[in-house]
Design a protein around this ligand. Sequence first.
Ligand code: CU
Length: 595
Amino acid sequence: MQRFGRDSTLDQSFPRKLESTISRALATIQLSTIHTTMSAHAACICTGNQIRRRSPIQTPEIGISIRYLIVHAVSRESSARSFHRRPASNFWLGDTKPMDVSRRELLKMTSMLAGGALLPGFPYRGEATAQGNFTAEADLLVDYEIRIGASAVEIAHNRFISTTTYNGHFPGPLLRFKEGRQAIVDVVNETDTPEQLHWHGQRVPVDVDGAAEEGTPFIPAHGKRRIVFTPGPAGFRFYHTHNRAGADLAIGLYSGQVGPVYIEPKSEPGDYDREVFLTLKEFEPSFSRGGDMAMNFLLPANKTKALKEQGESAMKASLAKGMPHGFEVGYRSFTINGRMLGHGEPIRVKQAERVLFHVLNGSATEIRSLALPGHSFRVVALDGNPVPNPASVPVIWLGTAERVSAIVEMNHPGIWIMGDLADDDRRHGMGIVVEYAGRAGKPQWIAPSHSYWNYAGFGKHGANAPPPDETFEMIFVKENAAEEGFNRWTINGFAYPMGNEPAPPLFHLKSGRRYRIHMRNASDDIHPIHLHRHSFELTSLAGTPTSGVLKDVVMLGGYQEASVDFVADNSGLTLFHCHQQLHMDFGFMMLFDYL
Ligand SMILES: [Cu+2]
């Protein structure tokens, strides 16, 4: 489990370690100029049962200031009590109702305390003033606590499924961060399985990223891990488990371990009235032989003849040997924000309102589409990154793990179904009702005419991306049903090992260089290709150059080619894989390393 030996897990012996560190610190306290009592109380604002928060525990290895030790000595008991139950972003002000308090408000509260303001029951001594920098201390507060555990999720009225979630809900809580401001997240794993929580789309170091293949330490079963990082880049990201599932449809992304992240930019254009976050997700998976997913919506549509011939002849040869088609995954229920169509709260809107939808495809395996009859989506960001050319489309399409941020002007009053184009999936729940104020009636669905999705439409027109320093050639191949009935996937002939043994990196990077990945898909599947810890620029789609669209997942069409460029600017092992769980688990992964 700790094969990389750098686990910063707060282990079970942590309280004992902390206690001895506290004793050591207390022994030297006379040397300190800290006004003990006030510092302790003001900094911890965690006295009695009035206000609780997670105290800023630091492991001795990380280094801990005397002030924090004192703070913690005072607050340890109450925080220990609250540790397993309280989302760190919530504070209790003496009653049972959780209240969201932003960091800004907390800072305000902290300075109130420092300035002598009283909170009910706060044993303030009055004579001391706060010494030092409370902002620095507030910065050490835990922003969020994420608990991984099994829970029941009510996806429709009186219809409960059992799955693993974050904080007992699906989707996991929306985590809001500030670009460039350090964040602290505690992840508590209440399951029997070591877990990985991946910060999808963020430029973070390997020990934060959340991929065992890169060397991120696991969050131990029944253990916890504190993650300290600087969120970025700004925009719509998400977090999800990065455990592989293989043939186990209860774990990995088949579970409910998905939640949205929004990293507020330093300056927000704010060209909308409000934001709505939507997480699209299927539940109750099962295996089937072959699927029926939409395949004909990507533009440019031209396929590469050689890839088609290669893929088709391989499939023909496999079937001729008597092999069945490899397994695919289907689902019984479909949800938006954890509710099947008609079973959740509608999105209530007013005429002329401009709603910014942040849509996440949290599926393990599926491509999703979304339309709102009579309305169009003005796409302003893809995978959280503003696009150079915001453009309006009738339908948005998202491969697994993709995000689309789009503004909808509410100019067509009624009660509508915003839903997936696939009738079967929508009828099984993939939709949400949009309800205009003052309107009543049965929600209406009107299928849009066939529409295409072309990333290049949101890119720079008439501009080419700068040439790369080096191009990596990759070919993706399917070996039908080759792995105990599952399709095996290879990148340049190499299937990532299905066991836990580390794999050697296939390509090597030098810091500062710009690389192009030229991808060729010798299969008929669409692959949502994902690069960890870096963003890439789309530079060619099916042979047509493009530029300006920055993403971290791109759908590569069946028998198509595409190129993406990225700058090697975040050293460490870097995972590259298809985000379709069934593909990544059965070989479709590889590592870059930095030289
Ligand atoms: Cu794939």
